[in-house]
Design a protein around this ligand. Structure first.
Ligand code: BG6
Length: 509
């Protein structure tokens, strides 16, 4: 056997929902890249499964357009030889027997190692998860003995539930036939290079970590801002979800876990997830009392994004004209433990905001005594400029970087304060392109490493935390504020910080 240095070993990959957008946009391009880099060898069949009748050839041709860059024709031709399509109605148990036989036959054809793991990627609506797992079970594709359970791994996409109850039901359906360690719940944020770097940055360096606690940190702001709206007819789905379910409950809380958790005893899946779980258990509303005092929602009206006119949310395709669904959410939360007690964490995410930017900004306390301030005048108007808070900003995307903001003396005959930054930019240091999140995550499933996937208890804890907000918002549109597309969100979010005389950082991309 001719294993390359990177080769993750033989694996069969079955993608359910192979006609969907995710398969063409993310999964196949990621597998193609893994194949080009030698991680996915030619003995690994990749089998697309969906309801429509289609030949292997048709399937390959359809996908070719979504992955092909000029120089990669030969590589695609090589890769497409291991790409197949099988017609399956996910709801029909009988179809799984044929699928089982077809899979075995294709493995034989490609010379896949006997007992190599099989990965079933459920890129379907969650309402089909149960049918899929029951069908796999009925066809004998789920190993009966626990010691062989690692031979079948099931990957599920978000949305994983709509609230606590529905997430519990989905969990139960999967756990009826599978063990927890066979289930890989994807949160693609965890596969982003810069998100993975949070743990290394914190626990692989000696000088930042001792500062990350209530003694030194004034507040932490986590922003996941998007400038896109409801492109591609996404309004239909989005209107059943909203910013809280779509991004805050998963991506944003995962970022919070990574920046706030304590160091794990070992850099291993269980230990890391245990620490994240402890943090989620310590999560509290930042203000006692009514939901409106710590959670704010907004919806965009028409405006300008990147100097282009943008529609109001209610005028977007497939969005009901009177929708009160939030396209923006901001929260003030606290982590009630020894490290963070009393430190406000401000979270915000929204569509159609000024910029696309995801970042974590840690703002430090002022020095105990303010010795330096500058008087700056503009005409008759004079202001006292004091040293700004020191900041540590982890920019997740775009222009991935880490920078430290601090004050320095402006050269001259007086002590004048000048804010400056020390910058680490990925682009300046690494020539290779950052890998796509799905490449890393698919490779991890092939390797059987679940570190970057969400465990069921984490997921339920996240749903439980947001439950009171969801319930409150479900009762009516009270408190929904509007913001023009292309701005940083509703005024209510500014007021929330102004209560404690703080302001949102304006990320400059
Ligand atoms: C998805 C959400 O999970 O994440 C989308 O459903 C959102 O609404 C996307 O646009 C953001 O991901 P990224 O990687 O573009 O920041």
């Amino acid at each position: 056997m001719n294993a390359s240095h990177n080769d993750a070993g033989d694996t069969t990959i079955l993608i359910f929902g192979a006609s969907g957008d995710l398969t063409a946009r993310k999964l196949i391009p990621a597998l193609f890249q893994l194949s080009r880099q030698g991680y996915l060898n030619e003995r690994c069949p990749v089998i697309g499964v969906a309801r429509r009748a289609k030949s292997d050839e048709q399937f390959r041709n359809e996908l070719q357009a979504s992955v092909l860059k000029d120089e990669s024709v030969a590589a695609w031709e090589r890769f497409s030889r291991q790409l197949f399509y099988r017609q399956v109605d996910i709801t029909k148990e009988a179809d799984y027997v044929n699928l089982g036989q077809a899979t075995a036959q294709l493995e034989q054809q490609l010379g896949t190692e006997a007992d190599a793991p099989r990965i079933v990627y459920l890129a379907t609506t969650p309402s089909l998860f149960d049918d899929a797992v029951c069908g796999l079970h009925a066809a004998g594709m789920i190993p009966a003995e626990r010691k062989h359970s690692d031979r079948l791994r099931v990957v599920v996409e978000k949305p994983f539930g709509h609230d606590v109850k529905s997430a519990e039901i989905l969990n139960e359906q999967l756990r009826n036939r599978l063990n927890e360690d066979q289930i890989y719940r994807i949160d693609h944020y965890l596969g982003k290079e810069t998100v993975q770097n949070i743990l290394l940055f914190r626990f692989g360096n000696a000088f930042f970590e001792p500062l990350l606690n209530r003694n030194h940190v004034d507040n932490v702001q986590i922003t996941v801002a998007e400038s896109i709206g409801m492109e591609g007819g996404r309004g239909g789905y989005y209107d059943t979800s909203g910013a809280l379910r779509d991004v805050l409950q998963n991506h944003l809380l995962q970022l919070l876990c990574l920046i706030g958790m304590d160091p794990p005893a070992l850099f291993q899946a269980r230990e890391i997830r245990d620490e994240k779980m402890k943090l989620l258990q310590a999560l509290r509303p930042g203000v006692e009392g009514h939901v409106d005092s710590w959670a704010v929602r907004g919806q965009y009206t028409e405006g300008l994004v990147d100097k282009q006119p943008a529609l109001a949310y209610r005028d977007e395709q497939r969005v009901p004209p009177k929708s009160s669904r939030e396209t923006y959410v901001a929260m003030h939360v606290e982590i009630d433990n020894w490290r963070w007690a009393g430190v406000p964490f401000y979270l915000r995410t929204g569509k159609r905001m000024s910029e696309r930017v995801t970042e974590i900004a840690i703002q430090f306390k002022h020095p105990p005594l303010n010795l330096f301030s500058t008087i700056e005048c503009d005409g008759d108007l004079c202001n006292i400029v004091e040293a700004r808070r020191n900041q540590l900003v982890l920019r997740i995307q775009p222009q991935e970087s880490i920078f430290l903001g601090f004050s320095t003396k402006r050269p001259g005959m007086q002590y004048q304060v000048q804010p400056v930054a020390m910058d680490f930019d990925y682009e300046d240091h690494f020539t290779s392109q950052l890998p796509e999140a799905y490449e890393r995550l698919l490779l991890d499933v092939m390797r059987g490493d679940s570190t970057l996937f969400t465990r069921s208890d984490e997921l339920l804890a996240a749903w439980r935390f947001v439950a009171p907000v969801l319930q409150h918002w479900e009762t009516g549109p009270a408190g929904l504020e509007f913001y023009p597309a292309g701005t940083w969100g509703p005024a209510a979010a500014d007021r929330m910080l102004a209560e404690s005389r703080r302001v949102w950082r304006e990320p400059k991309v």
